[in-house]
Design a protein around this ligand. Structure first.
Ligand SMILES: Cc1cc2nc3c(=O)[nH]c(=O)nc-3n(C[C@H](O)[C@H](O)[C@H](O)COP(=O)(O)OP(=O)(O)OC[C@H]3O[C@@H](n4cnc5c(N)ncnc54)[C@H](O)[C@@H]3O)c2cc1C
Length: 537
């Protein structure tokens, strides 16, 4: 496409990630609208994207992963935290840990209470259901006809079974459906997989739509600015394989570039805090001080245990025979560690007295490594990763210069409130109570990290600051609402300009209590209805 044929589109969507692929499908479904989807990364051709265990390979991949790092964070004792983000069709849904969690109904009721009509649990549940193809079938909570596959982990693991028994011994009930009537409890996760393959949004939503004559998908197309005529967005400038191009949007531009790059693109385009834009020499289109603010993330604290029996994934990956066995298991049955990614099971519970619903989540992996996605230890190991579900700490994302190819500064401010610090300490103590329960005695021989020397609360907090890392859910940087810091309204329209929306994890006013992919897909689903409703003629 060149500037000459740039008037071809009704809608230009920036970013083919979890939300962007949903929008591309739904907006092009009727055949009446011309839709352009721009994605900075490549097509999703690598086998490591599609086999779940490829998670370890894409975690640091130079092409399929933006591989960002935060600014040195005082809450992390000055460390920069590695922030992977998907790059290419499917976005982060092509490289994520596949875990299907929606969050708690109260999360969405809170969004509505913050001035966002239409986003309460009863409003968003139909969109979750519409997106879902749950292999368990349809119910009041689940869908079976949607494009996004959610499947059970069929193999039960001896260690995970012991963890479930141990949790029962300390009062945590078994829960076979974290997305059902109650999130609280312990059990296996359901995964975004289809017959042992990753079900990214590119697979679920783009594949069935890509042949539509009215949908154009451009990869290696990096959006560099939203174009405005006055206060109306009229198109997008992008660079594709070294060539500058312009795509015009007759109706709307929709940013779905994720919680780090949607605010970056707004700022580069003159929508943001005016004094900061002026300082960088960016002409101001709209003074919107909330752009890039309100950054929230889940911080994971990983307790690592040495395991008494050679039953962990570390053991299988260590020997050639083990690798062959798990490879064959996947090839023949689409089961086993290759079909899982990393984490098998989870646990949701309360550790703070003031919490009315679960305030921490565990991810259990029958594998251990010094960092998520890193090289497995050369001994039998497992990981209990604990994270606070609703952190109070708030950070920000801000462009450093006018250069659209320079990543913005990412400032998480982890563990910067008293509640977050208390929750981190209580979460670690809870993990230790679980590890000490009778059912795990014959399995866990030693706490490798943080290790027994860390005993007092101050030492546990120090462990959190020294070793804490992201669990990959940055959100909230173009929050929806009606206060001065809100960036979009409840219909996801950018405040004070026309023809421009944001629809991805940036719009969350508060982070949901759990993993964020299902919520991003729901946002894409609901956004597509909002766009079509508002453009009825
Ligand atoms: C390693 C990892 C593990 C995770 N594990 C889980 C999990 O197990 N379960 C879960 O629910 N969630 C998980 N998440 C989180 C979840 O995947 C994300 O929250 C979700 O995918 C975000 O969706 P999004 O639409 O907001 O953005 P993304 O899916 O990140 O999409 C943004 C897209 O925009 C593109 N883009 C960015 N800038 C531009 C530009 N200027 N021009 C053109 N295109 C651009 C990007 O390349 C990307 O494709 C994980 C995330 C990561 C990174």
């Amino acid at each position: 496409m060149t500037p000459a044929d740039s008037s071809l589109y009704d809608y230009v969507i920036v970013g083919a990630g979890s939300a962007g692929c949903v929008l591309a499908n739904r907006l092009s479904a009727s055949g009446r609208h011309r839709v352009l989807l721009l994605e900075a990364g490549p097509p999703d051709r690598s086998i490591w994207i599609h086999i779940p265990i490829g998670y370890g390979k894409t975690m640091f991949h130079p092409v399929y992963n933006w591989g960002f790092s935060t600014e040195p964070d005082p809450g992390m004792n000055g460390r920069r935290i590695y922030w992977p983000r998907g790059r290419g069709l499917g976005g982060s849904s092509s490289i994520n840990g596949l875990i299907f969690i929606r969050g708690q109904p109260q999360d969405y009721d809170r969004w509505a209470a913050l001035g966002n009509p239409g986003w309460a649990w009863r409003d968003v549940l139909p969109y979750f259901i519409r997106s879902e193809h749950n292999t368990r079938g349809a119910s009041a909570y689940h869908g079976a006809d949607g494009p996004l596959w959610c499947s059970d982990i069929e193999d039960k693991h001896e260690l995970m079974e012991a963890i479930i028994r141990a949790a029962g011994e300390i009062g945590v009930p078994r829960n076979d459906d974290f997305n059902g009537p109650s999130q609280e409890g312990v059990g296996y996760y359901q995964l975004f997989t289809r017959n042992g393959w990753r079900c990214s949004t590119a697979v679920a939503y783009l594949r069935p739509a890509r042949k539509r004559a009215n949908l154009r998908i451009e990869t290696d197309a990096h959006a560099t600015a939203v174009l405005f005529e006055g206060a109306r967005a009229t198109g997008v400038r992008y660079r594709q394989r070294g060539v500058e191009r312009v795509a015009a949007a007759a109706r709307e531009v929709i940013l779905a570039a994720g919680a780090l790059q949607s605010p970056q693109l707004l700022q580069l385009s003159g929508v943001g805090r005016a004094e900061e834009l002026v300082r960088l020499g960016i002409p101001v289109v709209r003074d919107l001080p909330g752009v890039g603010e309100n950054l929230q993330d889940h911080l994971q604290l990983r307790l690592i245990y040495r395991v008494a029996k050679p039953i962990t994934t570390n053991d299988e990956l260590r020997s050639a025979f083990g690798k062959l066995r798990i490879g064959l298991k996947w090839l023949l049955q689409r089961k086993g560690p290759l079909a899982i990614g990393i984490n098998q099971g989870g646990l949701f519970t309360r550790v703070l007295p003031e919490s009315e619903t679960p305030d921490i989540q565990f991810h259990f992996a029958t594998l251990s490594a010094d960092m998520a996605g890193g090289e497995p230890h050369p001994w039998s190991g497992c990981t209990f990763s604990v994270c606070q579900l609703r952190p109070e700490s708030r950070g920000r994302v801000i462009v450093r210069s006018r250069d659209p190819f320079q990543p913005p500064a990412m400032i998480p401010n982890y563990l910067s409130t008293e509640t977050d610090c208390r929750c981190a300490v209580e979460g670690i103590k809870f993990a230790r109570r679980l590890a000490a329960a009778p059912a795990l005695r014959e399995y866990l021989i030693e706490e490798y990290r943080p290790g027994p020397a860390a005993a007092r609360d101050e030492q546990l907090l120090e462990f959190a600051r020294d070793y804490g890392a992201t669990i990959f859910h940055p959100s909230g940087t173009c929050k929806m609402g009606e206060d001065r810091m809100a960036v979009v309204d409840a219909r996801l329209r950018v405040r004070g300009v026309a023809g421009l929306r944001v629809a991805d994890c940036s719009i969350m006013p508060t982070l949901v209590s759990g993993n964020t992919n299902a919520a991003a897909v729901m946002i894409g689903e609901k956004a597509s209805d909002l766009v079509l409703e508002d453009n009825k003629i």
